[in-house]
Write a new protein. Structure first.
Length: 119
């Protein structure tokens, strides 16, 4: 099991395995968050948080709910809404221990314009 935690520890994500690849996206929200996204099936991630510890944010078309810790503000993950719900979720790999990320390939996604990988 791999553990990802927010700064204060109120939100913990238990992952079945470390990601092999993460995505660095330059879309308007991801570049502001500074997240590296690791993608998992929701059944492969256990979110551990006390009731009320997570806050959600959705914008524009409300395709995704971005979740963050209410206490320390760390962005932890996002889940899709609507038709994509339950198929995949994004976990902020910046919450993993640095040693885990040392072995991970970082790919760049042009989410601002083309929605194509740049590498």
């Amino acid at each position: 099991m791999i553990l990802a935690t927010c700064h204060c520890g109120d939100v913990r994500l238990e992952l079945r395995q470390a990601p092999r690849t993460v995505i660095s996206c330059n879309c308007s929200i991801c570049r502001r968050y500074g997240a590296l996204w690791a993608y998992y099936r929701p059944s492969s991630v256990r979110v551990r948080a006390a009731r009320g510890a997570l806050a959600r944010y959705a914008w524009r078309l409300r395709v995704r709910d971005y979740c963050h810790c209410r206490r320390c503000g760390c962005l932890t993950h996002y889940v899709y809404r609507g038709k994509q719900r339950g198929r995949v979720m994004g976990v902020n790999a910046r919450l993993l221990e640095p040693a885990v990320l040392d072995r991970v390939r970082i790919r760049r996604l042009d989410g601002a314009r083309t929605w194509k990988l740049l590498d």
